[in-house]
Structures are given as C-alpha cells and as structure tokens.
Design a protein around this ligand. Structure first.
Ligand code: OAD
Length: 251
C-alpha cells in the first residue's frame, strides 16, 4: 500500500467507527520540542538513567536530584506548545462526537499537551508533571503555588513535594487504569500513536483491543514491534500524518 492508500484506508475505518480508543506516547510531543525516552541519540533514557531519576527508590534516596530533574522537565513542558499532531487528535475527537461517535484518548505522556490542544477526558495513565503532592498531607499543588527556590521543594506543612507522575516501582493510578482498560475493551478501532509500545501495561492494550474485535492502526516515525501486526501502519511524523488523516476522514 502507498502512503496515501494507507491514509485513505485508515480514514475509511475511522468513518465507520463508533468507538475509537487512542494510546499516545512521547513521539506525539517530539515535534513540540520534548525529547522522547528511547531515541538512540536524543532520548532521555540515552542520557539519563531511569533507575536514578524515575524510580520511587531514587526519590527516597536523593529527593533533591529527582525533584530538580522533574522541575526541569516541567519547565520544558510548560514552555512548549501543542503541535499539529495534538491539534489533529483533538479535532478528530470533536468531529467523531459530531458524528455521534467517541474517541477516548489514553496517554502515557505527563506534559498536558493533549489537554492544551483541546482534547477532552484525557486518561493520563502515567500521571501528570503539572501537579505535585505533599507526602505528609497528600495535598495537591499547582506548579505556580510551589516554591522552587530550593530543592527538594516542600509544602507549607513542611512535607516533601513530589510530582504526580508514576515512577518505576509504583502502581498506575487505579482509576486511570480502569478507565483505560474499559476504553480498550469496548473500542471498535484502536490507534497506537508515537509510542514504542515497550512499557506495560500500555504495551498490551493493542492485543486486548484486537481480541475484542477492534481494527488496529499505528502512527509512528519508525517501525515498532507492533507494526507488522496492525491493520494499517502510517509511517511518518504525527504532525504530518494526523492532519492528513483528519482531513481524509472528514472526506
Ligand atoms: P519512547 O521514547 O519509548 O517511544 C517514542 C516513540 O515515538 C518511538 O517509537 C519513536 O519512533 C516515535 N516517534 C518519535 N518522534 C515521532 C514523531 N514526530 N511522530 C511519530 N512518532 C514519533 O516513548 P513512550 O513509548 O512514550 O514511562 O515510552 C513509554 C514510557 O516509557 C513513558 O511514559 C515513560 C518511559 O519510561 C515512565 O517514565 C513511567
């Protein structure tokens, strides 16, 4: 299939869909200027050790280092803008709603860019970097309300503050996981977008969707472990492919 035939095939599937579930990963935010994790040169995990920075034990061992790193990632996320891929997904969601369908967006990203592009009801299975919480009181804080003049930051109660992300060694938020699993089991189309499909449980969503009869699609710059088995593979940048797909679906 040529690239344009693949877009047309994917658009056809979307036009007849009632329930679309989308899983996104770091690739969709790459064109906003945020590094992915597993890119061989620029990926965060090629420069930093996740076990030193993104593990619950690392936080307890060295909260200053870990919170500095997450504060740095927060400032990067705050200072960038959603790109054409985020915009197209939010518009696809709105268009499907007009057609009496629905699109549930599950993301592994913690940057809030889908919401800033206008997507509704985003399920953040790895949490968010945009709010933090006090380990002593459990109170949640917006970034603007946190004093980052020294690290690790503390609440006014004196407790350590940590980002509301999911670290290695932690459970996914049960409500988000439940909502994601429901959306994955009930969809008639499942799309995997800008993710290496390497981290569980998200990596297994596509198999659950397929087992329940969903058509499957992937949008990725490069082939991944799921590319050979999806019904439609759209190779390219999210910011190029998703706007084309949106236009083709609208017809
Ligand atoms: P990865 O870095 O593993 O994968 C990013 C994917 O995006 C790769 O398959 C790239 O080929 C693809 N990609 C890069 N730029 C793209 C573009 N412009 N358009 C389309 N695709 C592009 O990131 P994730 O799959 O999100 O978890 O990683 C999953 C989880 O692993 C993260 O949430 C994080 C990480 O460890 C935690 O920190 C808990």
């Amino acid at each position: 299939m040529t690239a344009s035939e693949s877009i047309e095939r994917a658009a056809e599937i979307l036009r007849s869909a009632e329930r679309v579930t989308v899983l996104t990963g770091a690739g969709i935010s790459a064109e906003s200027g945020l590094a992915t994790f597993r890119d061989k040169e620029e990926g965060l995990w090629s420069k930093y050790d996740p076990m030193e920075l993104a593990h619950i034990d690392a936080f307890h061992r060295d909260p200053e280092l870990v919170t500095r790193w997450y504060h740095w990632r927060f400032t990067k996320a705050r200072d960038c803008e959603p790109n054409a891929g985020h915009d197209a997904l939010a518009q696809l969601q709105a268009w499907l709603r007009e057609q009496k369908g629905e699109l549930t967006l599950i993301t592994q990203n913690v940057d809030g860019l889908h919401q800033r592009a206008g997507a509704k009801g985003v399920i953040e299975i790895h949490g968010t970097i945009l709010t933090w919480r006090c380990l002593d009181t459990g109170a949640h804080y917006e970034l603007d309300d946190i004093d980052f003049s020294s690290f690790p930051p503390r609440s006014e109660a004196g407790g350590l503050l940590r980002p509301n992300v999911v670290w290695f060694g932690e459970m996914l938020p049960p409500d988000a996981l439940f909502a994601a699993e429901q959306a994955v089991s009930a969809c008639d189309v499942f799309m995997s977008i800008g993710t290496s499909a390497a981290v569980w449980p998200a990596a297994g969503f596509i198999d659950v969707a397929r087992a329940n009869g969903a058509a499957t699609m992937e949008v990725n710059l490069d082939p991944t472990p799921i590319t050979a088995s999806v019904d439609v593979s759209l190779l390219g940048k999210c910011g190029d492919v998703l706007p084309l797909l949106l236009e083709a679906a609208k017809g």
